[in-house]
Design a protein around this ligand. Structure first.
Ligand code: FMN
Length: 315
């Protein structure tokens, strides 16, 4: 299927794999790009050495890189290091892209801005973003409160009103061909998919966590700040993260101030559980679309499924 997104990025399937913190390394990104989508390294909080290693792993595959914008503002020099790797695109999310947009545009690298509100989208359009990603609250990982189904057409209309050439992707809750087709009907040129690729063979996810997570339903997920409090991450207050509920989250959700007081002990416990894959305490950042996923699969197979669904929908 051809869309404006496939033509702009030189891919044949209008799917961008989300730059997922700690989970999306070079192996996943290159698998998606090799299967004719756009793979992204999850540069997230900006560990320069790790990002460099992942570009090395991706080797000759054309992959992009995502960075968390409010964190990039604390270490802006990182942008030059990432641009030096000639990424296929730079994906900024969660914060103001304005200070970074000029350098990205000057480097000739497509700028992808993930947004959570219409106001965010207008700011991204002011920065001449090439691709706007409208992220709904169904999404796994961090985000805000708006739902995908109304946000996508609202931003599609805004792009049209402004006569902008910017492309639009939908993100949040898209885990199979039905979501993909629906996103295109809502006015998107393509989709950004996270959770479905998080549950892939190439993702950097503990197998014990993955095995338990794929048995969960969307009802088992919750948006919470608990994980940021326990990690000591200073996220702006409008954002929280969608994760799978577990005894640790149940204990501390709504009791974040008390958790801060216990932070030392609880952080050590949480880190050990993450290492061991103990999902009673460790965190699985997963979206509502987890219900549509019953097992891990190779990323290339997921892309082939997406191509088949789109061909069917087009027919
Ligand atoms: C495990 C995980 C980690 C994520 N980490 C990031 C991140 O570091 N930066 C970012 O922009 N988005 C991140 N996201 C959100 C994705 O960009 C995307 O919006 C989301 O995955 C789309 O919804 P879906 O999970 O329902 O497919 C993450 C999502 C997941 C599932």
């Amino acid at each position: 299927m051809k869309t404006r997104l496939t033509e702009a990025l030189g891919i044949t399937c209008p799917v961008i794999q989300a730059p997922m913190a700690f989970a999306a390394g070079g192996a996943l990104a290159s698998a998606v790009s090799s299967a004719d989508g756009l793979g992204m390294i999850g540069g997230a909080y900006g560990d320069a050495a790790w990002i460099g290693q992942q570009f090395d792993i991706a080797a000759d595959a054309r992959v992009g890189c995502g960075l968390i914008t409010w964190k990039l503002a604390e270490r802006p020099h990182l942008l030059d290091q990432v641009l030096a790797r000639d990424p296929a695109a730079l994906f900024l999310s969660f914060g103001n892209p304005a200070p970074f947009a000029p350098a990205i545009k000057e480097a000739g690298v497509p700028l992808i801005c993930q947004v959570q509100t219409l106001r965010d989208a207008r700011r991204a359009l002011d920065c001449s973003a090439d691709i706007i990603v409208a992220q709904g609250a169904e999404a796994g990982g961090h985000g805000d409160a708006r739902g995908t189904f109304a946000l996508v057409p609202e931003i599609a209309d805004e792009i049209a009103r402004q006569n902008s050439e910017a492309l639009l992707c939908a993100a949040g809750g898209i885990s199979d061909g039905r979501g993909l087709a629906a996103a295109l009907m809502l006015g998107a040129d393509g989709v950004v998919i996270g959770t479905r690729f998080w549950a892939s063979n190439e993702a950097l996810v503990h197998p014990r966590i993955l095995n338990r997570a794929v048995a969960a339903t969307g009802d088992d997920t919750i948006r919470t700040r608990v994980v940021d409090v326990v990690r000591g991450y200073d996220w702006p207050s409008r954002y929280n993260g969608r994760v799978l509920r577990n005894p640790f989250i149940q204990k501390w959700h709504g009791a974040e101030d008390a958790l801060k007081l216990e932070a030392g002990v609880e952080a050590a416990k949480w880190a050990a559980a993450q290492e061991a894959g103990d999902l009673d305490v460790a965190t699985a950042f997963a979206g509502e679309g987890i219900d549509l996923i019953s097992s891990a699969a190779p990323a290339g197979e997921l892309m082939a499924d997406a191509q088949r669904c789109l061909a069917g929908a087009a027919a």
